[in-house]
Design a protein around this ligand. Structure first.
Ligand code: UD1
Length: 418
């Protein structure tokens, strides 16, 4: 079983261009199904979740080729509307194919996405959004059958929670529905804007993304396009927190600094110096991180749940007490027990976690509990004294491209061992 061996305590120094955004590229790859012909997606990160999405596209009848940082998807031969359970289980967010298949073929069949390390992740909002557009959905023995066809029509979808995935599924399905769809209470994440930009590039009429109402004028013929995916704000957050935890100085490029405001505010409060210029953020951290005001995760533009574990890991090796409140997912403190093995002082009560900085963590053998929890353990290990071993790397590979190589380029000592 492979693991990362990390020798902590080296300040990270240097410049890094961050990978393309995982959470953008997955819906954009699904959206490529809407346009018969060959779309080319640039800045497509090489991740296990992306490989799973490409496997699904192939199985559905698309021709898919990777050409360096780009992936070409030819959806002309799309013939199959069914995704088998094995592929659905490989990647939870494969539910995003529901809206795309419905729009292009008028039907979709897939198994219910299985359990998840972040607690139950229902898809009721996805299904009710598609039903509003006229889709008939039946759920039998863990299988979802979704039928649309000639009776699909645009409509008003009201989301009771600004769900990222449900907003994306609704946008994709609406592209195939004649008439105007309004998504009220839409998620406002930058990845939704990126999806809108891709949909526009293939000829769809979509406006409003980034705000809480998204409008889609559907039923238009779509065409393939070339598109460059935005930089990954959570990967950028990870490298910045790693630099902060090690008392380093880095420049992270290839990301929109405005998309990182909530995290940058926290890092600044913790004592880091930050400057944003163009598509880059520069961080300098001298001395231990200080405690900060409560960090409450919230939908964008609030503090991202995906950066909760990562910032917590950095502050655990700092000074003073900081309260975290996880408001998005029920069970997102799987990293806490592992951080404790490294000497962290963290007390969890329901949605709240009180982190008291211990000055310096120490190396230990730890297991990644999930994708961002695993990245958090790497951040903690880089700042800790001594050697750590981080295992269960399949979680980390879902979201980080060439993670050890990128960190080594900044001076870290991190090696993958068997
Ligand atoms: C996406 C991101 C994930 C991020 C999350 C929140 C992708 C591939 N993943 O996940 O990295 O952590 O946004 O920013 O983009 N909910 C329901 N019913 C639904 C759908 C969601 O109750 O039908 C709830 C969820 O349980 C959760 C909350 O809504 O409590 C937010 O989930 P959602 O925004 O849908 O997250 P994902 O799209 O799954």
């Amino acid at each position: 079983m492979s693991y990362y061996e990390i020798q902590g305590g080296r300040p990270l120094e240097g410049r890094l261009t961050v990978q393309g955004a995982k959470n953008s590229v997955l819906p954009i790859l699904a959206a490529a199904l809407l346009a018969p012909g060959r779309s080319v997606i640039h800045n497509c990160p090489d991740l296990s979740d992306v490989s799973a999405a490409l496997d699904i596209l192939r199985l559905l009848g698309c021709r898919v080729e990777r050409e360096g940082e780009a992936v070409a998807v030819d959806a002309a031969g799309l013939k199959c509307a069914r995704i088998p359970e094995g592929l659905m289980r490989q990647m939870r967010s494969s539910v995003i194919f529901l809206g795309a298949l419905l729009a292009r073929l008028g039907e979709a069949e897939l198994s219910y996405p299985g359990g998840c390390e972040l607690g139950p992740r229902p898809i009721d909002l996805h299904l009710s959004a598609l039903r509003t557009l006229g889709a008939e959905i039946t759920e039998e023995q863990g299988n979802l059958r979704c039928r649309g066809g000639a009776w699909l029509r645009g409509g008003e979808i009201c989301l009771s929670i600004p769900s990222v995935g449900a907003t994306e599924n609704a946008m994709l399905a609406a592209c195939g529905c004649p008439g105007v769809t309004t998504i009220v209470g839409a998620a406002r994440e930058p990845e939704i804007v990126d999806l809108q930009n891709f949909l526009r590039a293939i000829g769809a009429r979509v406006t409003g993304a980034g705000g809480s109402r998204v409008f889609v004028a559907g039923g238009r013929p779509l065409h393939p396009a070339r598109y460059r995916v935005m930089g990954d704000r959570i990967a950028a957050a990870t490298y910045l927190c790693a630099a902060a935890a090690t008392g380093g100085q880095v420049e992270v490029a290839g990301v929109e600094p405005g998309a990182l405001t909530a995290l940058l505010t926290c890092l600044e409060q913790a004592g880091c110096q930050l400057t944003a210029a163009g598509d880059a953020v520069r961080l300098t951290c001298r001395g231990p991180l200080r405690s900060i005001s409560p960090v409450r995760t919230a939908p964008y533009p609030g503090f991202p749940t995906d950066a909760q574990a990562i910032l917590m890991a950095a502050l655990a090796g700092g000074e003073g007490a900081t309260l975290f409140v996880e408001n998005i997912f029920d069970s997102r403190y799987g990293h806490v027990d592992e951080l404790r093995r490294m000497g962290a002082d963290i007390c969890v009560a329901g949605r709240a976690a009180m982190v008291t900085g211990v000055g310096r963590l120490h190396g230990a053998g730890v297991r990644s509990p999930d994708l961002r929890g695993g990245a958090a353990l790497v951040v903690a290990a880089l700042g800790a004294e001594g050697t750590s071993r981080v295992s269960q790397l399949h979680h980390i590979r879902r979201g980080y491209e060439r993670f050890p190589e990128c960190l080594r380029a900044l001076g870290a000592s991190i090696w993958e061992r068997q």
